[in-house]
Write a protein that binds this ligand. Structure first.
Ligand SMILES: *[C@@H]1O[C@H](CO)[C@@H](O)[C@H](O)[C@H]1NC(C)=O
Ligand SMILES: *[C@@H]1O[C@H](CO)[C@@H](O)[C@H](O)[C@H]1NC(C)=O
Ligand SMILES: *[C@@H]1O[C@H](CO)[C@@H](O)[C@H](O)[C@H]1NC(C)=O
Ligand SMILES: *[C@@H]1O[C@H](CO)[C@@H](O)[C@H](O)[C@H]1NC(C)=O
Ligand SMILES: *[C@@H]1O[C@H](CO)[C@@H](O)[C@H](O)[C@H]1NC(C)=O
Length: 557
């Protein structure tokens, strides 16, 4: 944009100079015909006046032309900001700041401060950074790594949208806050710390992170007590983040990639569920399988390295075993299959040039499964999922139901943009044809529901709009920053009927019942507890919708 503008402006100035010269020439001619000094002065004044008028006019016109160019430019430009979603994105992004542990840098949440500075010290590690998981003060490695992978994906796909609405830097900073933690939690190739804090001790208290007193033990997995899914998810987080930081800091990016590769080898070599090795994690983030995380990590490693062995891993070697082709699944912190289908469709639709035939055949299986998932999401498709409220919200289970609505909408938006970018015009669903715009419409229906277009007339994104939950199940938000309560007497804040004194801005709460009602009570953790990964999924969705652009760009250029 800039160079043609400048050129055009220069051209305009040149014309203007010529005009001035013409006027001068005219005046000179007239001057020649005058006989007296008085006439000469008169014409000199006229001349100066004329030059002044022309200069002012020229400047005004050139400004106006610039203005026209700018407005017309944005009209033609595919990246027009959508203020409603840009605003919601700016709010959702702040929940990462609300959840930050450690010594805060440039903190913008007035009721937050430094906390958990000693995390990891018992093992001589600095595990002070990272994000608190939800309304409690636990750091759970499995969902935290998923948060980082989703946030990386959002930045890689929609960083140019984020940039257009000043959210790219905050997104990168929050991602790095997590990857700094993940790097430190991986001190040697076959050791990964997967948890800080003891959920029993933590849930025995209701206190602010800044003043917490409960002991915070660390938990590791290793070659004798492996945890394939958590090691692989952490590898996926680091591999995707290495792409995000590639051009920002190549040293940091290389470091992430090296850890990602080591962790993937560890995950793949010592196979086992972390919930078997460390049974106490079962109550909170029990994992049902690890094949999905292995495919997910290998896919991200292929994208980050271009190394064909990772592609073979997800196709010829392990596709049959783990991908569950043909069956739709729900994308979540526990199950990455739907994410794998969509991510590998990207390669099949946009980047399959240098992929062998047999690999391409298997990539097509992933894409076919992604299509099955998309057909299930479209509300009027012959295979539409019945897991949907009357108001059209995707709804699978009462606990934290919005994670599935938002995750599905994010995947549908990505798939729609992959279709548009690859010139794939239609999606075939058992006899009916759909367009990318139908998928985008589905995504918008979910985001509109979340932002307040629902029977409760309530925004489930805290801080957005005029009505949102006021009794969010969140320790820091519910306790006044100057309170001097401790572990046990802090429960009076949980039991209090008053609204939270601090707004947990950007929190996406669990969401409504199937009958679309919602109870805004602080002890209602099923509906009213936000999580960091909810926000990552919502940030992905909102960043995709924050501008009207639908172009999927390369991750590496
Ligand atoms: C390996 O991890 C298990 C499970 O967390 C733990 O009990 C064990 O102490 C660890 N091994 C070593 C050598 O630290
Ligand atoms: C790049 O990352 C490395 C490793 O984290 C760090 O030591 C270095 O200071 C970073 N460079 C810049 C310019 O931020
Ligand atoms: C955790 O998942 C495993 C494997 O699916 C299952 O056997 C176990 O019963 C689950 N534990 C809990 C507490 O749900
Ligand atoms: C909605 O569903 C919840 C949970 O099943 C139930 O407790 C509540 O009474 C229902 N509300 C209405 C208005 O039917
Ligand atoms: C929350 O507290 C209210 C009022 O004390 C009580 O009626 C309700 O059963 C509690 N709900 C939960 C989920 O504990």
């Amino acid at each position: 944009m800039a160079p043609p503008n400048i050129l055009c402006c220069a051209q305009f100035m040149k014309d203007d100079e010529e005009n001035v010269k013409k006027v001068q020439a005219n005046n000179n001619y007239k001057d020649d015909t005058s006989k007296t000094k008085c006439w000469f002065l008169y014409w000199l004044l006229v001349l100066l006046f004329a030059i002044g008028v022309i200069t002012v006019a020229a400047l005004t016109i050139s400004k106006y032309v610039d203005f026209l160019k700018r407005t017309r430019g944005s009209h033609h430009h595919p990246q027009q900001v959508v203020p409603k979603y840009a605003n919601a994105l700016q709010i959702a992004m702040q929940f990462f700041d609300v959840q930050k542990s450690g010594k805060l840098v440039d903190n913008k949440i007035e009721w937050r401060g430094d906390s958990a500075l000693q995390d990891g010290s018992e093992e001589k590690l600095d595990l002070s950074k990272g994000l608190y998981d939800a309304g409690d003060l636990m750091k759970f490695g499995f969902p935290m790594a998923f948060t980082a992978t989703v946030l990386s994906w959002a930045i890689l796909e929609y960083g140019h949208h984020m940039n257009a609405v000043q959210q790219l830097k905050p997104a990168q900073d929050s991602l790095k806050w997590v990857t700094d933690y993940l790097l430190n939690s991986h001190p040697s190739p076959n050791v990964l710390y997967v948890q800080v804090g003891d959920p029993e001790l933590d849930h025995n208290c209701w206190e602010r992170p800044e003043t917490m007193t409960a002991k915070r033990p660390v938990t590791q997995i290793n070659a004798s007590f492996p945890g394939t899914e958590v090691a692989a998810e952490t590898a996926a987080a680091m591999a995707s983040a290495s792409l995000v930081f590639k051009k920002i800091n190549s040293t940091y990016s290389d470091m992430l990639l090296m850890h990602a590769q080591q962790l993937f080898t560890f995950a793949d070599t010592y196979r086992g569920l972390y919930s078997t090795s460390v049974p106490q994690v079962q109550t909170y983030y029990n994992s049902t399988a690890y094949g999905d995380e292995l495919l997910w990590a290998a896919s991200w490693l292929y994208l980050a390295t271009g190394d064909r062995s990772y592609l073979r891993y997800v196709t010829d070697l392990n596709g049959q075993a783990f991908a569950d082709w043909g069956n739709p699944t729900w994308f979540s912190w526990d199950d990455k299959r739907a994410g794998v289908h969509v991510l590998l469709s990207r390669i099949n639709l946009i980047g399959a040039k240098d992929v062998s035939d047999s690999e391409n055949l298997e990539l097509q299986m992933y894409r076919k499964t992604a299509e099955t998932i998309m057909c299930g999401l479209l509300p009027d498709s012959p295979t539409a999922t019945p897991s949907r409220t009357e108001g059209g919200l995707i709804w699978i289970a009462p606990w934290n139901c919005l994670q599935h609505s938002v995750a599905s909408a994010f995947l549908a938006l990505l798939y729609s943009d992959y279709m548009l970018t690859s010139g794939t015009e239609t999606l075939y669903c058992s006899g009916k044809l759909y367009k990318p715009d139908d998928l985008r419409g589905f995504s918008i229906s979910q985001v509109e529901y979340v932002l307040g277009n629902n029977p409760m007339k309530l925004s489930y994104l805290v801080g957005y709009g005029s009505r949102y939950p006021l009794h969010v199940h969140h320790r820091g938000s519910s306790i006044p920053a100057n309170a001097n309560t401790g572990c046990r007497d802090g429960f009076k804040w949980l039991d209090s009927e008053s609204p939270n004194p601090n707004v947990a801005v950007g929190a996406l709460v669990g969401g409504p019942f199937f009958n679309e009602s919602y109870v805004d009570a602080r002890n209602n953790s099923m509906q009213g507890e936000p999580t960091a990964y909810n926000s990552a999924l919502l940030v992905g969705l909102l960043s995709g919708l924050a501008t009207s652009s639908t172009v999927a760009k390369s991750f590496t250029t």
